[in-house]
Design a protein around this ligand. Structure first.
Ligand SMILES: Nc1ncnc2c1ncn2[C@@H]1O[C@H](COP(=O)(O)OP(=O)(O)O)[C@@H](O)[C@H]1O
Ligand SMILES: [Mg+2]
Length: 315
């Protein structure tokens, strides 16, 4: 026990003795002030409980069998722990507020992604139509320019779709995690030649935030496979129990030492971003890898936390 804790314990014992003797508002206020000082000095709830327990024990002779004194002692203990209770509630409310903010942000991203995907798509379709109508008014040779313009517009369309998809894949909202992962895997397979298998099930839809974070984590893991691994095969596996959802992304590539500092000297943002995204949900990511052993990324998200704090935020 540190000297600060000892002097706090002394202060607590003095304050309790005075409150047992006087039992008025002023001595009760001292209990509260003592609690505030303990909190300000960084004492944890366990330290505080220990101090109060020892103080109560040492005052037991003074309290004896007198119910009035027992009630005073109880009032004292509750008053001195109340700053901890307030801090605890404050932290919980702040956590709730953060979660709501996060949900609103996600909602916003979802709307932007949809608008980009749907509205920009419709507008471009109109432009293609108008371009087609132009052809008959063109001088000879003008066709080539229109063809070039059409080609460029197709590239713009692809780019808009890609950005919208990266912001938030529409297929994730409409069909759920597994179909979205399959869609992601197919796209990457085509671009990279990797053979990617997606297996498992989620037993129906998961809360939206869990689906989103899992999707983002797998997206990052797959990007890493494509960029760093020299693998030829990838297996994505999703499993659900009543308690948690687990997802593994395994490749047969060259592997790396997850504990070693990054070769380029800079900390990779990808895996850190995955960790940071999972943390508010109580989720974790473990990387099992080693030179020549391939890489196994294991993601876990508990299902209770989100049910408890955010309810089912499926909309
Ligand atoms: N599947 C993988 N196979 C081989 N190396 C990997 C794999 N995933 C990650 N790495 C290694 O871990 C590093 C950190 O990854 P990450 O945090 O995503 O950062 P970045 O991809 O931006 O480098 C990578 O630079 C790479 O060296
Ligand atoms: Mg990366």
């Amino acid at each position: 026990m540190t000297t600060e804790t000892l002097s706090l314990e002394q202060r607590c014992a003095d304050a309790l003795r005075q409150h047992l003797a006087a039992g008025d508002e002023a001595t009760l206020l001292e209990a509260y002030e003592f609690g505030r000082s303990a909190l300000a000095e960084g004492l944890g709830v366990l330290d505080m409980a220990l101090i109060l327990w020892r103080t109560a024990l040492s005052a037991r002779h003074q309290i004896g069998e007198d119910p009035r004194l027992a009630a005073r002692a109880q009032g004292f203990l509750l008053e001195s722990i109340s700053p901890f209770e307030m801090a605890h509630r404050g932290a919980r409310e702040a956590g709730d507020a953060l979660r709501k903010l996060d949900q609103r942000r996600e909602e916003h991203v979802r709307r932007i992604a949809r608008d980009l995907h749907d509205r920009a798509g419709q507008l471009l379709a109109t432009v293609f139509f108008a371009l087609d109508g132009l052809r008959e008014h063109l001088k000879p040779g003008g066709d080539e320019s229109v063809a070039r313009l059409t080609e460029l517009l197709h590239a713009v369309e692809d780019e808009i779709r890609r950005v919208a998809h990266e912001l938030r894949p529409v297929v994730l909202d409409d069909l759920g995690l597994l179909p979205a992962l399959r869609f992601l895997a197919e796209g990457l397979s085509k671009r990279s030649g990797l053979s990617i298998t997606v297996t498992g099930s989620t037993e129906g839809r998961l809360p939206m935030r869990i689906e989103t974070e899992l999707y983002r984590a797998v997206q990052e893991a797959l990007t890493n496979v494509a960029r760093h691994s020299h693998a030829s095969r990838v297996l994505i596996e999703v499993r659900c129990t009543t308690r948690e959802v687990r997802c593994r992304v395994r490749d047969d590539g060259r592997g790396f030492d997850p504990a070693a500092p990054p070769a380029s000297g800079r900390q990779g943002l990808g895996l850190r971003g995955v960790r940071e995204g999972l943390a508010p949900l109580g989720g974790t990511v473990e990387i099992h890898s080693g030179a020549g052993k391939g890489t196994d990324v294991r993601i876990r998200i508990p299902l209770e936390v989100i049910h408890e704090h955010a309810g089912s935020d499926r909309r």
